[in-house]
Ligand binder design. Structure first.
Ligand code: FPP
Length: 287
């Protein structure tokens, strides 16, 4: 069943009803509605990952401090999460803070932590209502104590929710993740024979249990992956838009999905191939 917003009931969107909650939330006849109706619900990406770039440039263009860009970016975060839930995405991963972001001025780093905490405070009820399961990936031990405590509490509170997995990459680096997985593998190998294959590494990544992203979106035009999910995006479709993150709208997200649906995903095989090297084998389930 699909619960409507005002019923105060948790969303649960089975695969067969994907997109329905979104279509019901649209104003008939406008551009977003047309974009949403053009999407094939049977070929939705199961997992979308996003590099939310361009907050600083958005602020600079308005002669505002960089942190104003991050605050404006939070509106987009809410829109993308709500839309993902309404579409029935299985997982949405947002790159909120990279291991390299510590190099930024202390004031900016502090604002990013404040925004994350504010999000957890003000949106937890909404996250619950949308039946979202919150998870986080990254070197979480290095987070400021309060951030870590509040993040852990939110993760625990939503652990049994059956809707979309909202996965926040915080103090995250793709290479750091691979290093940590290999360290774990070496440790585990001390206690018994382990066959070292892709599955053995995938199972030790922070993301173990989450399907690999089908679609990676990057805003603000940069053509790079910036140390994000290096292992998991092996076969993801890349979508780069010049739109800055605070300007990225629900319509832009729908355009990215429509573009994804035009791609021929071959996973190294020939046209029409369904073979995937995804770590969970679920990455292509919607194809
Ligand atoms: C990149 O823009 C953006 C970031 C480093 C941080 C993004 C974080 C948020 C929007 C808040 C996250 C919070 C939650 C709850 C997910 P940039 O500053 O590198 O922009 P620039 O390249 O234009 O300078």
């Amino acid at each position: 069943m699909v619960a409507k917003r005002d019923e105060g009931v948790k969303f649960f969107v089975p695969w067969s009803l994907r997109m329905q909650a979104l279509l019901e939330a649209m104003r008939p006849g406008n551009e977003e509605d047309a974009l949403a109706r053009a999407i094939d619900p049977l070929r939705l990406p199961a997992h979308i990952a996003v590099i939310m770039d361009g907050n600083g440039r958005w602020a600079k263009r308005r002669n505002l401090p960089r942190v104003a860009g991050h605050k404006a970016g939070m509106r987009t975060v809410r829109t993308v999460i709500e839309t993902g839930t309404q579409m029935g995405l299985k997982a949405l991963t947002l790159y909120a803070f990279s291991v390299e972001n510590w190099k930024r001025p202390r004031t900016e780093v502090d604002v990013l932590w404040r925004l994350l905490r504010a999000y957890l405070h003000t949106e937890l009820a909404e996250i619950e209502r949308q039946n979202i399961r919150l998870t986080a990936i990254g070197r979480l031990d290095a987070l400021p104590d309060q951030v870590r405590a509040e993040l852990d509490a939110a993760i625990k509170k939503t652990a049994n929710n059956a809707g979309m997995q909202l996965n926040l990459a915080i103090n995250y680096g793709g290479r750091a993740e691979i290093v940590d997985a290999v360290k774990q593998l070496v440790e585990d190998a001390k206690h018994g024979d382990i066959e070292i294959d892709e599955q053995a590494i995938s199972a030790r990544m922070y993301s173990a249990g989450t399907p690999d992203p089908d679609l990676l979106i990057r805003t603000s035009g940069e053509m790079r992956v910036s140390n994000f999910l290096l292992w998991q995006i092996a076969y993801a479709e890349l979508y780069v838009t010049s739109t800055l993150w605070p300007d990225f709208t629900r319509a832009d997200l729908l355009r990215a999905i429509l573009d994804y649906q035009k791609r021929d995903r071959r996973f190294g095989g020939l046209a029409g191939s369904r073979e995937s090297s995804g770590s969970t084998g679920e990455a292509h389930r919607s194809l």
